[in-house]
Design a protein around this ligand. Structure first.
Ligand code: FMN
Length: 486
């Protein structure tokens, strides 16, 4: 009998080791996930929340965008930074918004957004400027953006559009309305919880009610947008906002299913923030008991840092209300005895006797003014630490699995190279003599290989599973696991 006709009873299991690359997960590789909204993608999933009046302009927005976050210019009453505002308020807003967008673009690259309050009387004008100037993303806050949203022109300019909501109900209402009336849906949704700064979409009672905590609302909004995601086939990032302070907070909301966070107060205490130094110092010097809820002339509660102006507005002493033009559709300035835009604009300029600073619930934790770059690196470091700690068991298991795999590879190769090959040769030469014993030995050897192969496959499966879990935090694209062929 010729050797190539040997009556082998067992086929050789084969594993393809080609291209095999093992690698371990190092802390230095931990990265933030990117945030994709429409056609824009930021390296870091942090949106700098729009802050009016004049707190986030081109200076802050461009610095944030340059560092890989999403920088946002607040459009409401932006014309107040122009000395001619009281002559032509509406025109000043249009002119100044255009200038600020252009300035931000000139200063650098990155993702740039504009925040426009739906409650503004010049909402559509400011929307039009943002469209003409082709900002990357438009955020629509303080109200429900339902009627007359010019989605055709927004889409034509490839602009992302993102409403800001405070409940799953509002998200559902906007998405359903847009789907029905525009056959389109928003590209993402920002969920602003009760710890945010500025105007809040909650009643005073809801603000401290744990049922309305951001942690409770986020899962509900994710659930509400899910059917729209499924139907459209596009992913709709849900972004958490309000009281987010550390990299650990960011991690917590990402783990909960959010795709990013919006932070505002922390960006006030940066050198790049467009407000006066005195405004920033109010933040640094604030104590927890200074953070109060005010009734804004807009008709909503708002969170601010208490000062004499706020106390004075509670008294009956009349103040002259100066109204440039009716900038807010539901303005209750006469009842409140002051103009909110003017008060905020005074605060922006450091005139805190004639205004006050809006701020988030955690403002008192801010203790210094830093550069945007430093803030990002602090947040990244905190995020890295929490990812390191929370993935330590998975990484250990992965490393042990990889070591075991390497040993199995060696064992497998040895069996294949030495035992099977030599047995096969021996078997072939002695086959005609009816080497039953050798045959048995051969069977034992191949079944051992089979056992290694099975063990190997189950390891590969587990390692692949761990790799997938870790891929949320690490770049796993260059890790190639071997294929089991047969
Ligand atoms: C000073 C200040 C001004 C704000 N102005 C606006 C605004 O004009 N439009 C808006 O939608 N949100 C505004 N906000 C809310 C922020 O964009 C953001 O969502 C919120 O403050 C996030 O909470 P945090 O400050 O605790 O990070 C403002 C917040 C602050 C602190």
């Amino acid at each position: 009998m010729k050797s190539n006709q040997a009556p082998f009873l067992f086929s050789f299991p084969k594993i393809d080791f080609s291209g095999l690359k093992f690698s371990f997960f190092n802390s230095t590789d931990i990265r933030f996930p990117t945030l994709k909204i429409g056609r824009s993608e930021s390296r870091i999933p942090i949106i700098q929340g729009g802050m009016g009046v004049g707190i986030s302009l081109s200076g802050l927005a461009s610095a944030v965008a340059e560092e890989g976050g999403i920088g946002v210019i607040a459009a409401n009453a932006i014309g107040m930074i122009d000395p001619n505002y009281y002559q032509d308020g509406k025109e000043a807003n249009i002119r100044t918004l255009r200038q600020e967008i252009r300035k931000a673009r000139e200063k650098g690259t990155g993702v740039l957004g504009v925040n426009i309050m739906v409650a503004l009387n010049d909402f559509y004008d400011l929307l039009q400027v943002s469209i003409e100037e082709k900002v990357d993303i438009i955020f629509l806050g303080a109200g429900l953006p339902l009627k007359n949203i010019p989605l055709d022109s927004i889409r034509k300019q490839k602009i992302g559009i993102v409403p800001i909501v405070s409940s799953a109900r509002a998200a559902n209402l906007i998405f359903s309305y847009w789907k029905k009336n525009y056959n389109d849906i928003p590209d993402a949704v920002v969920v602003e919880g009760p710890k945010a700064g500025g105007h809040l979409g909650f009643s005073r009672e809801e603000i401290d009610n744990p049922d309305f905590a951001l942690e409770k609302i986020i899962p509900k909004v994710i659930e509400a947008v899910l059917p729209f995601e499924k139907e459209s086939g596009k992913s709709i990032p849900v972004i958490a906002a309000g009281g987010i302070f550390t990299g650990e907070d960011i991690f917590k909301f990402l783990e909960m299913g959010a795709s990013g966070v919006q932070m505002a107060s922390r960006f006030v205490a940066t050198h790049e923030c467009d407000a006066d130094q005195r405004f920033k110092e109010v933040y640094v010097n604030s104590n927890p008991e200074d953070v109060v809820i005010i009734s804004s002339p807009v008709g909503l509660p708002g969170r601010a840092i208490r000062n004499n102006f706020i106390e004075e507005m509670k008294s009956d002493t009349p103040r002259k209300v100066r109204c440039a033009w009716r900038c807010l559709s539901h303005c209750k300035a006469r009842d409140a005895r002051y103009c909110i835009s003017e008060a905020l604009n005074n605060a922006r300029q450091g005139k805190l006797d004639d205004g006050y600073a809006f701020a988030g619930a955690n403002v008192a934790r801010i203790d210094k003014i830093v550069h945007v770059k430093e803030l990002f690196s602090e947040l990244r470091q905190e995020y890295v630490t929490v990812v390191e700690n929370s993935t330590i068991n998975l990484r250990n298991e992965f490393e042990k699995g990889i070591n075991k795999l390497s040993n199995l590879v060696e064992e497998y190769k040895k069996e294949m190279d030495y035992r099977i090959k030599s047995l096969r040769m021996e078997f072939e030469t002695m086959i005609e003599k009816g080497a039953a014993a050798l045959k048995e030995e051969y069977r034992v050897a191949t079944s051992k290989i089979e056992r290694i192969r099975e063990e190997y496959s189950s390891h590969i499966e587990r390692i692949d599973e761990i790799k997938n879990q870790l891929s949320r935090f690490f770049d796993t694209s260059d890790i190639v696991l071997p294929k089991v062929l047969a």
